[in-house]
Design a protein around this ligand. Structure first.
Ligand code: AMP
Length: 636
């Protein structure tokens, strides 16, 4: 077995040699001429001149060696559906989907929005786009029409793929009216919408001239063969939108060759999964974890991937362990919130199944607290590997790397820098490196390794300004996370430096939620903060100033108004962004120059000292906030 330190040092000191070797893990239609082009910092191109295709690497490549092995197992506890596809069957389905898309004019470089629940067709659609060289942009199925419209207008897709309905907690969530509304709201709606009808929305009708029923189109292409379109390594594979400081989500643009290599290498070194084994990732295809470790990563590595639709506690809290036992899952990937949800259930559910096939459980997306890590590790008797990364990087920045070397773990730490990531912790003000156990901003010294975002879709300037312009002293990529490093080299993530809220591992922008709330006609102004939450890590809390105070004169009226504000967020952004609590006030705490004292608000909501208030304009504003919070705590 190799030694982590040597591998890591080599990746930083000799990146070209290191990554050239990793590139052997995937197929190249034409070999690359050059490993790295960093002639225009901070823009980075990996495997220049190489031609490859993600779908070929995820599917076709395995036809020779494992055609009858299961590639995708689909389990929906929502509908009771269970199905599986061998690599041969997956290949056939992806070709059919690709033929349907090609018939509708989708080709290289065209954007396709995929707004889908967790059904196999969502993965087929992604792989079909990759096959055609089209750029998919998957929008999480829980986002509402306005969010979908914003992403449509930025990506400008010619076509959208959707489904009749999603299912959550036993309830069907029809998509059709959400899609219609999103297309009505958008300035550049797609011309065609391909709909996978699950039969869950009986009243669904297709819009003539625009909507197409996937099942009947598929029937016309049962034997279709669509050759993969070979892309130059740096050409985009997909766009995935994520929240930041402004109200407008950023389109993280991923390349093709770098991503394929980064994923293939991570499957081996970090996730320690072997071809022929099974991986179960409980995320959703709408998030980066779903892209990298439900769809592309395991398939590129020749593994069986499990696609799961449902909650962790239905039909009972043993469901995931039942799946692990039945499908002999070797590698599992989930989130700390999901484990905290399970922790609240009777312990017996953890011991109903034999999970000895499971080697490691990976958790990511939000800080993993020590008690949760210890609890699940003791209960399952498996190693827990906390891995830290972001939509932008596409794969882990910090992690244990059992595929390289088993290292002792410290609960509460995602471990060490992953090969390829040259990390520093910088002092926010001076830009100098901080010392042992001192808090700093976690940055990556460019060039960013393969697989990371190549730019912000359609906006190179925003890419540079957002990520690379935070320190005057040196050109570095900011993760926007605070971190420390201890005397043994273990990193600890302390939370975001910006106004991003992390609810159950999902990144939400405070500005986005504020803009959504402002759509309510009786709200004049609003401040949104993330407040510590025992289950979800953080919860959204809003402080809203009403325009017409007479509308909140009674407790009933207040409660009504709070509900209206929440409903506005549901409609504008989706229920995942709904505030856990809306406090109605008549003014917000601001400095004399009008700057909102957001950090003080957050501190008060978390029961901490609000900090320096010398610049506060009107002390009465803070008294109101204190009173509102005190009252809320009493009723909690
Ligand atoms: P997203 O791009 O939505 O995956 O969110 C990325 C952000 O989630 C990071 O910048 C961190 O703030 C947080 N995050 C992800 N993984 C971890 C982890 N293992 N520990 C602590 N924070 C994490």
């Amino acid at each position: 077995m190799a030694n982590y330190q040597d591998v890591y040092r080599n990746s930083i000191d000799n990146p070209e040699a290191f990554w050239a070797e990793q590139a052997n893990l995937v197929d190249w239609h034409k070999p690359f001429d050059k490993v790295l082009d960093y002639s225009r910092p901070p823009f980075t191109k990996w495997f220049v001149g190489g031609l490859t295709n993600l779908c070929h690497n995820a599917v076709d490549r395995h036809l020779a060696t494992r055609p009858e092995q299961k590639a995708l197992v689909y389990i929906s506890v929502e509908t009771g559906a269970e199905s599986s596809y061998t690599f041969r069957e997956l290949h056939a389905e992806v070709n059919r989907f690709a033929a349907v898309l090609r018939d509708q004019g989708v080709g290289k470089g065209d954007r396709v929005i995929i707004y889908m629940p967790m059904i196999p067709e969502a993965a087929f659609a992604m792989l079909a786009c990759a096959r055609l060289g089209a750029v998919h942009s998957v929008v999480f199925g829980g986002f509402a029409s306005a969010s979908l419209a914003t992403r449509i207008d930025d990506a400008r897709p010619g076509l959208m793929v959707t489904a009749g309905a999603g299912m959550r907690g036993g309830k069907s969530i029809p998509y059709k009216h959400l899609v219609d509304e999103a297309l009505r709201l958008s300035a550049h709606p797609p011309q065609k919408v391909v709909i996978v009808n699950r039969g869950l929305d009986k009243g669904m009708s297709l819009t003539a001239g625009r909507d197409l029923d996937y099942a009947s189109l598929r029937d016309q292409h049962m034997d279709a063969r669509v050759d993969p379109v070979w892309l130059e390594s740096s050409e985009p594979s997909y766009i995935l939108y994520t929240s930041g400081t402004t109200g407008k989500p950023k389109g993280v643009q991923r390349d093709t060759g770098g991503y394929a290599v980064a994923l293939a290498a991570s499957m081996r070194h970090i996730y320690a999964g072997r071809p022929g084994e099974t991986m179960f990732t409980t995320s959703d295809i709408g998030w980066v974890v779903g892209h990298s470790y439900i769809v592309y990563g395991p398939l590129i590595n020749g593994m069986t991937t499990i696609m799961y639709e449902g909650l962790p506690i239905r039909p009972d809290p043993a469901i995931w362990w039942k799946i692990v036992e039945e499908h002999k899952v070797n590698v599992m990937f989930s989130s700390p919130t999901a484990i905290r949800v399970l922790k609240k259930q009777p312990a017996e559910y953890l011991h109903k199944h034999d999970v000895s096939c499971l080697r490691n459980l990976y958790l990511a997306g939000e800080p993993l607290d020590e008690p949760t890590a210890r609890w699940i590790s003791d209960a399952l008797k498996v190693s827990i590997i906390d891995n830290y990364w972001q939509t932008e990087t596409g794969w882990p920045i910090l992690s244990g790397m059992p595929g390289i070397e088993e290292q002792p773990r410290k609960f509460g730490s995602p471990g060490f820098p992953v090969y390829g990531f040259n990390l520093k912790l910088l002092h926010e003000g001076t830009g100098r490196e901080v010392g042992v156990n001192e808090k700093g901003v976690l940055v990556v010294v460019p060039p960013l390794p393969p697989g990371c975002l190549s730019t912000v879709w359609g906006d190179d300037k925003r890419f540079v300004n957002t990520y690379f312009s935070n320190f005057e002293t040196e050109l570095v990529y900011s993760t926007f996370d605070w971190a420390t490093r201890d005397e043994d080299g273990y990193y600890f993530i302390l939370g975001r430096t910006d106004d991003v809220i992390n609810v159950a591992g999902h990144r939400l922008g405070t500005r986005e939620i504020e803009e959504a709330i402002s759509a309510h006609p009786n709200i004049a102004e609003v401040a949104v903060v993330g407040v510590q939450d025992g289950l979800k890590g953080q919860a959204v809390m809003a402080f809203a100033v009403v325009k017409d105070a007479s509308r909140i004169a009674t407790p009933e009226a207040i409660s009504r108004m709070e509900k209206e504000v929440m409903a506005t967020v549901d409609k504008e952004l989706g229920a995942i962004a709904r505030p856990a609590k809306v406090h109605l006030v008549t003014m917000l705490p601001k400095t004399r120059s009008g700057k909102l004292l957001r950090r003080s608000l957050q501190a008060l909501a978390e029961g901490r000292d609000p900090g320096d208030l010398t610049t506060l304009d009107d002390p009465a504003s803070l008294d109101q906030i204190r009173a509102a919070i005190a009252q809320w705590q009493e009723t909690k």
